[in-house]
Design a protein around this ligand. Structure first.
Ligand SMILES: O[C@H]1[C@H](O)[C@@H](O)[C@H](O)[C@@H](O)[C@H]1O
Ligand SMILES: [Fe+2]
Ligand SMILES: [Fe+2]
Length: 299
């Protein structure tokens, strides 16, 4: 097993064999594209200070009422009509300021994610497409989509309407969020009930929930696990922190297994080489056709 894994992706995550760690059949690269530890939110430096400030504003403003309003506004899908690929191309112009591990245009990140999954899971074509589209919701930053500020589009996500878990990055800034002091929203269950299912839990507003709504409202034929991944991929307190188990139902537990696989490729492919778009485009166009029967989607 160990040898098989070592042979599997030697060129994928850099050349230094000693820099690799085997993690459940997955080769984890030691450092990101800047030569730093992945997701090191406590490190010093200008970039880290900027990201901390991003979370400060995010935590202050993501309230239950704000999220409800945004969902109501964006579920209308009245902003734009375009295909999935057209949306990918829009992301050529988008860089994610909340991301410590990559400063590439988001289109590159999508291709890196999808292609790295494809290498290890060649038969799960739905997961390749999930990789390609998981961050398309970042178009919310663009003027045609409302030009939302970064704090309402990117960064890790977490439930609103119940207590903010300690494992959420820079948790201390929630003291500035009115919900933190509201007894209706600041208990373990808040407005929810035991094992109510994550579909019934409102998440901080951003690109994840938006893209989930786009896929669902446009009647994608992608499996439920794909929708779960899209909606929860930034929910680090859940898939990495192990929190919020009390809100999950049985189906969520099944879907979480796929999300945890997805997350490794999403995060660690940020250390890989760039992909030749023209070379892989026909493959992804065929997947889009398969899983999005309506050519033009409403956004
Ligand atoms: O900064 C990043 C970025 O916004 C990603 O798209 C998101 O999925 C991550 O969770 C987050 O940490
Ligand atoms: Fe991503
Ligand atoms: Fe994301």
């Amino acid at each position: 097993m160990a040898t098989a894994v070592a042979n599997q992706a030697p060129h994928q995550f850099g050349k230094e064999a000693e820099e690799k760690k085997i993690n459940g059949g997955f080769v984890v690269p030691e450092t990101n594209s800047f030569g730093e530890t992945f997701r090191d939110y406590n490190a010093e430096g200008e970039k880290h200070a900027r990201v901390e400030n991003f979370y400060k504003i995010n935590h202050k403003n993501q309230t239950y009422d704000f999220v409800k309003k945004m969902r109501e506004e964006y579920i209308k899908m009245d902003k734009m009509e375009m295909s999935i690929w057209e949306c990918c191309e829009l992301l050529n112009d988008v860089v994610d300021e909340s991301d410590l591990d990559s400063d590439l245009p988001q289109m590159e990140h999508l291709l890196q994610t999808a292609e790295s999954i494809r290498k290890d899971y060649p038969d799960e074509d739905w997961l390749h497409l999930t990789g390609l589209i998981h961050d398309l919701g970042k178009v919310l930053l663009l003027p045609q989509f409302g030009g939302l500020p970064y704090w309402a589009v990117v960064g890790d996500t977490y439930p609103v309407g119940c207590a903010f878990d300690e494992s959420i990055l820079h948790h201390k800034y929630f003291k500035e969020n009115p919900d933190y002091h509201n007894p209706a929203y600041n208990t373990k269950y808040g407005v929810y009930s035991e094992n109510c299912g994550l579909d019934n839990v409102l998440m901080s507003w951003g690109h994840d929930d938006y893209m989930y709504l786009v896929a669902r409202e446009n009647k994608t034929t992608l499996p439920p696990a794909a929708l779960f991944i899209i909606r929860n991929h930034s929910f680090y307190p859940l898939h990495t922190g192990g929190a919020y188990r009390h809100l999950m139902n049985e189906e969520d537990h099944e879907n979480l297994k796929w999300l945890q696989i997805f997350n490794k490729y999403e995060l660690y492919s940020k250390a890989t080489e760039l992909i030749d778009v023209e070379k892989v485009k026909p493959y992804y166009l065929s997947l889009i056709e398969k899983y999005f029967p309506n050519k033009k989607l409403k956004w």
